[in-house]
Structure formats: structure tokens, C-alpha cells
Design a protein around this ligand. Structure first.
Ligand SMILES: Cc1cc2nc3c(=O)[nH]c(=O)nc-3n(C[C@H](O)[C@H](O)[C@H](O)COP(=O)(O)OP(=O)(O)OC[C@H]3O[C@@H](n4cnc5c(N)ncnc54)[C@H](O)[C@@H]3O)c2cc1C
Length: 457
């Protein structure tokens, strides 16, 4: 039975297990306890689309993600790629090139790598662009390839609508298995002495030095664990855990969804990169459907304009039929539930939206292949969609949270950073920009109102 720990981590999602691993790696801290009400990696972390990218619109996020991808690449090598890291890139596509040069100019100022233009390289009369290797990441370029030639786009991505005018193929991007990465980190952490406890943190005792002990509700009753340091890695419940300490966090939760279906008509080529439709759109309803939606106040919003960011990718290897579709269009802030459910209309909406980009998907609209695997979980985030990693306003209390729609890809670097804060080791220069201290800076607060791009997908 655990009675004391040097550090208690509340939450064994992607954030908590990475924090445990990197704390254990610090070697100065030997007695770490991870507690969770649920089995590890079964809450938000089980809903992830499992994609990663360094393609972010702010320099701090690009550098944070580059570091996380470096860490994941090293772990992939050390573990014989137990978490299937692949790097097919992200293809951002648009029907409008009016703003493309501003967009590219913006990214060219960031540490994303070089941007290469492909205006029309034709070999033997055929436009070409070499798609990336299906697996692995070694020897692949970073940066992005910008395709502006319709013939190259259609030859490379024949399933796209011929209204697509530009493709930005960002290259230091791909997918991993979030569960395998998380379990690997947890197992390695346990080899280094980290312990696990199943239970809900319900109270935190304080004395004049700060955190003194935590109280945990377990299957065997309540347990008191003495500790001077606690890390809040409670995902959507981070504000609840902070409230135990009387700390209010600038963090909120929004339900987002994905579906997976079997593409038995073979509409999406299996080696297609993760593809994002950048444009806003109205969904294509028939006149009857439009009339019906108009008459139902509860559903009228489905006639409104939807934001850009719909995404689709082949899921699994070359022999798999599965495709995954997601669209983080919801903006409604809500109190999180432990087991959130998806909404009934989501599969139809995301398929309709996706068929604007991939017209053959229309064949599934009134005939959606069963089973539909529906994932629903929270993007727990700050207004500016940056994570919060660092100390809380109570001595000995820390947070690694607000990982929004990027918690899988950022978990390693967020774990590394929180471990550095807790162990008191040297901090990287982005540490303060990602901690709560940023909200004490009036210039930072002022910059939030003018912010245009937050990188959310
Ligand atoms: C639909 C969807 C798609 C996504 N796609 C991607 C993607 O492609 N790439 C990407 O990088 N990210 C993606 N994400 C984001 C990613 O899944 C999350 O950011 C990440 O899983 C958050 O991890 P976490 O550890 O902070 O939270 P969680 O996984 O929710 O873990 C928090 C843990 O804390 C525990 N807990 C809470 N309160 C207590 C308490 N009082 N006592 C004990 N335990 C407690 C919970 O039981 C839970 O296990 C997606 C998210 C969603 C919802």
C-alpha cells in the first residue's frame, strides 16, 4: 500500500504517463506514484486520431513539436518502433489560392523546414510529384511541398475534386499508435521504479510549506499518501483537481468527434497522407433536406457555414479498409463527463463535408458502411490553444494540461518539460511561454485578441 511518494501524478493519460517516464529518467527523483481513477490511457487518450505534425502557426508550438518529434523518433528507435511511427505527411488542400502566398509566407518565417514550390514539373508529358514512403521517418525531408499545378495535384491525388487548386504537403508529420507509445512509456517508467495506483484523488492537504499529502478514494477505501509534489495531469478534469487547491485555470473543454468506417469501395488510396480541407463550406443538402432542417430549430445550425479543418486519412496498413474522418467544428464549451457520447448527426455531417473534397465519398452518404466506430472526447484547451505546463499557484503543485487536439503528439515533450520543472533542472527557453506565468504578461494578454491562427484541427 502506497503511503508516501516524492511526486504524485494525478492522471495516467498520455500526459501523466509521459510525465512519469521523464521524471523517472531524471534519476534525482526515485519515488513517483501515478494514480488514476481508470485504467491507464482509457479516457481522452483513447479517442485520439493519433496524428502528429510540426506544422503549427506559432513559433513556440513549432519548436515544442519539433522537440516532441525528436523525442518520439529516438523512442521509436530505442523500442524497435513498438508504436508504429510513420511519416506520410499532412496534405492541406484548398479550392482557393487567393490567400496561399500569405499563408506560405507566414509558415516560411517559422522553424518548420524549407518550403518547396512545384509549379509544374512535367516528365514525359506527365506532371509528377513523388509521394513519400509509406512507413518510417528516416531520410525524409521536413518543411513542405507546395503543389500549385492542377495536373500534378490530380496525378498525385486522383481522388481529390478537380476544384482543388493547391496542396501544401507538410512533411514532418504522420501517425503513431498513441496506446502503444503510452504503454511503452509506462512500462519503462515502472522498470525505473514508478508505481501505479487505481483511485480517484479527492483531496489535497496543505501546510505552511505547500502540498502535504493527497487523499485517494480506492476500491479498498480512502488512502492518504504523503507527498510534497503533485502533478495535475487530469485531462478534462484538470480544472476540478485545481479547484481542490482553490486554483482557477483558464482551461475549458469542448466535445469533438471522429468516425472510422470501412471504405469497401476503395475511394481513398491507402498511401494518401492525412488530408485536411482548409476551406469553410456549406454542406450540400438536397432541397427537401434543406426544407426539413429549416423547419427544425434544433437542427437549423446544420445549414450554417462550417469551418475549415475537416480531415480524413486511411487508417491501418495497405490491406486495411478503414478510413478515419474528423472535424472539430463544435465550439460549445461544456462541463466534461467521464464517458461522453458522440452525436447522432456527426457521421452524416462529416461524410457530406468530406465529399466536397473527395466526391466519390458521396456514395456512402445515404448508405454509410456499418459498423461506424464513433470516437467522442474533449479538446481541453486554453483560448489560444497553447498547452499549460508548469507550476500552479500553490507550492509543490504543478500542471501538465490543456493538450487540446494535440496531446498525443505533444505528450513526450510536455512530459519532459514538466519533469524539468518538478525536478528543478534546467528549463528550455520556451518553458515560461507555456506556463501559467504567461498570463501575467500584459503584452501577451493583448496579443491574444489579435490572434488569427491557432492551428486547431
Ligand atoms: C476526437 C479526438 C481526436 C484527437 N486526435 C488527436 C490527434 O490526432 N493527435 C494528437 O496529438 N492528439 C489528438 N487528440 C488529443 C489527445 O487525445 C488529448 O490531448 C490527450 O489524450 C489528452 O491526454 P491527457 O493525459 O491530458 O488526458 P486524459 O487522457 O483524459 O487523461 C486524464 C486522466 O486523468 C484521470 N483523472 C481525472 N481526474 C482524476 C482524479 N480526480 N483522480 C484520479 N484520476 C483522475 C482520468 O481518469 C484520465 O485517465 C484528440 C482528441 C480527441 C477528443
Amino acid at each position: 500500500m502506497a503511503q508516501s511518494a516524492e511526486v504524485v501524478i494525478c492522471g495516467a493519460g498520455s500526459a501523466g504517463v509521459a510525465a512519469a517516464y521523464y521524471l523517472a529518467k531524471q534519476q534525482t527523483i526515485t519515488n513517483v506514484l501515478v494514480l488514476d481513477k481508470h485504467p491507464p490511457l482509457t479516457q481522452t487518450s483513447a479517442k485520439s486520431g493519433e496524428n502528429y505534425r510540426n506544422w503549427w502557426p506559432t513559433e513556440v508550438m513549432v519548436r515544442f513539436m519539433n522537440r516532441s518529434i525528436d523525442l518520439m523518433e529516438a523512442l521509436s528507435e530505442a523500442s524497435n518502433d513498438i508504436f508504429n511511427m510513420e511519416r506520410r505527411g499532412y496534405a492541406y488542400v484548398t479550392e482557393s489560392i487567393a490567400d496561399i502566398h500569405n499563408y506560405v509566407h507566414h509558415y516560411s518565417q517559422l522553424s518548420v523546414g524549407d518550403i518547396r514550390f512545384h509549379r509544374g514539373t512535367h516528365q514525359n508529358g506527365t506532371a509528377t510529384y513523388s509521394p513519400p514512403a509509406y512507413r518510417g521517418f528516416e531520410g525524409q525531408p521536413d518543411g513542405a511541398d507546395l503543389l500549385l499545378d492542377k495536373q500534378i495535384i490530380q496525378t498525385t491525388f486522383p481522388h481529390f475534386s478537380d476544384d482543388i487548386q493547391a496542396v501544401i504537403h507538410a512533411r514532418r508529420c504522420g501517425a503513431i499508435s498513441a496506446q502503444q507509445l503510452g504503454m511503452y512509456l509506462l512500462e519503462e517508467a515502472k522498470k525505473l521504479g514508478v508505481r501505479e495506483l487505481r483511485g480517484e484523488l479527492i483531496a489535497i492537504e496543505q501546510d505552511h510549506c505547500g502540498v502535504r499529502a493527497v487523499e485517494v478514494k480506492t476500491a479498498n477505501g480512502k488512502e492518504r499518501i504523503e507527498t510534497r509534489r503533485v502533478i495535475n495531469a487530469a485531462g478534462p478534469f484538470a480544472p476540478h483537481v485545481a479547484a481542490i487547491l482553490d486554483v482557477e485555470l483558464p482551461i475549458f473543454s469542448v466535445l469533438q468527434q471522429k468516425i472510422a468506417i470501412q471504405d469497401h469501395l476503395g475511394v481513398v488510396p491507402r498511401d494518401t497522407p492525412f488530408t485536411i480541407f482548409m476551406d469553410e463550406q456549406h454542406l450540400d443538402w438536397s432541397a427537401d433536406e434543406e426544407q426539413l432542417l429549416q423547419s427544425e430549430p434544433e437542427y437549423q445550425w446544420m445549414l450554417d457555414k462550417f469551418p475549415g479543418g475537416l480531415h480524413i486519412k486511411p487508417e491501418g496498413g495497405k490491406d486495411s479498409l478503414w478510413i478515419k474522418l474528423g472535424w472539430a467544428f463544435n465550439r460549445t464549451i461544456e462541463q466534461p463527463l467521464w464517458e461522453p457520447e458522440g452525436t447522432l448527426e456527426f457521421p452524416d455531417i462529416v461524410l457530406r463535408g468530406a465529399s466536397r473534397l473527395i466526391p466519390e465519398l458521396k456514395r456512402y452518404i445515404d448508405n454509410i458502411p456499418k459498423p461506424v466506430v464513433h470516437y467522442a472526447g474533449y479538446y481541453t484547451k486554453t483560448k489560444e490553444n497553447l498547452p499549460v505546463v508548469g507550476p500552479l499557484d500553490v507550492e509543490g503543485a504543478y500542471i501538465v494540461g490543456a493538450l487540446s487536439g494535440f496531446g498525443t503528439m505533444v505528450s513526450c515533450v510536455a512530459g519532459e518539460l514538466i519533469a524539468a520543472w518538478v525536478a528543478g533542472s534546467e528549463l528550455p527557453d520556451y518553458a515560461h511561454q507555456l506556463s501559467l506565468a504567461r498570463y501575467d504578461d500584459p503584452a501577451y494578454l493583448a496579443s491574444l485578441s489579435g490572434m488569427r491562427l491557432d492551428g486547431e484541427l
